[in-house]
Structures are given as structure tokens and as C-alpha cells.
Design a protein around this ligand. Sequence first.
Ligand code: GLN
Length: 315
Amino acid sequence: MNSAPPLDKDHITALLEKAHSTYATNTTGANADYIPYLAKVPSQLFGIAVAFPDGSVLETGDTDYEFAIESISKVFNLALAIEQVGPEQLRQKVGADATGLPFNSVMALALHDEKPLSPLVNAGAMSTVSLIKAKDAEDRWQQVLDIQSRFAGRSISLSEEVNQSEQTTNFHNRGIAWILYSANSLYCDPMEACDVYTRGCSTLVTARDLALMGATLANGGVHPLTKEQVVSPQNVPRILSEMVMEGLYTASGDWLYSVGLPGKSGVGGGILAVAPGKLAISVFSPPLDKAGNSVRGQLVAEYICRELGLSIFSP
Ligand code: GLN
């Protein structure tokens, strides 16, 4: 069998450009429209970035466009909570399993003893946010914003417009928060958990930011540029394993089969794939499939990972 080609940066740049030109013509999928802001983002925007543990970033397309991080924020909430309460508490109170259900499912709660199962679905993410040790709502929010900034290596900001769009339409998530609370699976005021979780989804990142956030995970928790140890090395494999199980919701198995890396998507059109020790790939392209994952994002990740032999299951 052929061994994987070395990670040559010129070769990777050529792959990014090839991926961009090939998949730019794919117009399947549609922007998320249940959050009004997301429906208005130009669908043709398309950026791909790859970041390495040495801090270099290769990019093509719209990698400077700031888009809503959405569910990718769940990964960083998890990193914060796991550092504060430890992996065992996190597993006991939130879980470490696939739900096999859509990201906003309430069935997951009803079927599984009212533990949300995964920190990467809406229920589990609110439960995770509620585990963060905070003196009040503002402190909880500042910690959520701060962990995103530390993973990105720059100051990340809330978009008032995205937040307003989400907060005025997030009735379903508020319902989930109350169900969790009634089942003793939320550890702060339910509307505080929902509010802070929603704000965390409403920050703006670029594809370049996202690649560096992923490269921090690929690099044992150390940011490649700031050199800060953002999350302890022993918690990185736990975060990545949660991403393997639930990062792309009901398509997590398909993603693992075709890409073979821990991943995370957001309904803003971002997707992140992490190759431990090697690199992180991020794609921004708003049109989503039915599971809520960027169509082009999945195609690009599959192509690059196949060409570079990056699957964690490859010899
Ligand atoms: N803010 C969105 C929500 O809670 C995030 C969902 C997602 O990106 N999958 O529904």
C-alpha cells in the first residue's frame, strides 16, 4: 500500500485551490433560515484555510469574511467546562455518546434518562455552559468569549445583529433548557444557560480564525502563534473524541467514514476538521444539507483528507 504523501505546503496550497475551483460550482444545499440573519448571508461565499502547529496558515477564497461561529462554539464551551470540572464530571453530567438525532432534538433527552449525552448538541451544550463556574451571567459570558479568543489567538467579538436575530427566535432552545432543568441536568438558571449559549453562537470568526482554533487542538492545546496552553493536553483527546461522535450530528458517522477526522460544523456554514499533531482544516460555505452541515465544507474536507491520507484510521 502507498504511504501517505508528506505534508508539503506547496502541494497543500495546490490542493486548496483545486478544491476551491472544483466545489465552487456545487450549489446544492441552502442557508439556514430559522435564524433570520443566516438566511441573508451571501450563499456563494467560500473560503478554505489550513493551519499548522508551526503557526503557518494556507488559505484560499473568502477566508477573511466574518461569519457566525454557531455550533462550533460548543467545542470551546466544552474545553472550558472540562478544564473546570474535570473529564469525569463532564461525562457523568453531560455525556460522551452520539445521540443519533438532530442537533436540536428533545427526543435525546426523553430517550436517555434526561442526560443530554453529548456536549455538541444544543441540549448538551447548554448543560455544559451551565457547568462553567461563574459568579453571574456576565461572568459566564465573559469566560465563554474569552475561551474563543484564546483558541483563536485574537480578540473575538459578539455580533449584536446575529445575537439579536437568535435571541428573538430561540424559543425551541429555551424549551430544551427548561426540560433539562426539570430533569436536574442544568446547573445554573436555565434562561442564563440558554442566553450565554446563544451569545456564544453569535460571535464572528473567519475561516482563518477557525483553522487556528483547530490547530490549537491539533497542537496538544497550545496555540501555534501565542504559544498559550489554552486547554491541558490530557483533555484534548476527550474533546476530539466528542467531536468524532457528534461533531456533524446525524452525519457524524458518514463524516468519519469519508473524512476520518474529528470535526465540527455550525449552521453559519463553518466546518472544522482536526488532524492531531498535523494540521486543522476549516471551510466556510453557507449552504447546508438536511443535517445542518455545510455541503461544500464536507466535500472539501473529504477531498483534502483523502489526498493527504489524513484519516486517523490510516496506517
Ligand atoms: N445557534 C444555533 C442553535 O442553537 C446553533 C445550531 C448549529 O450550529 N447547529 O440552533
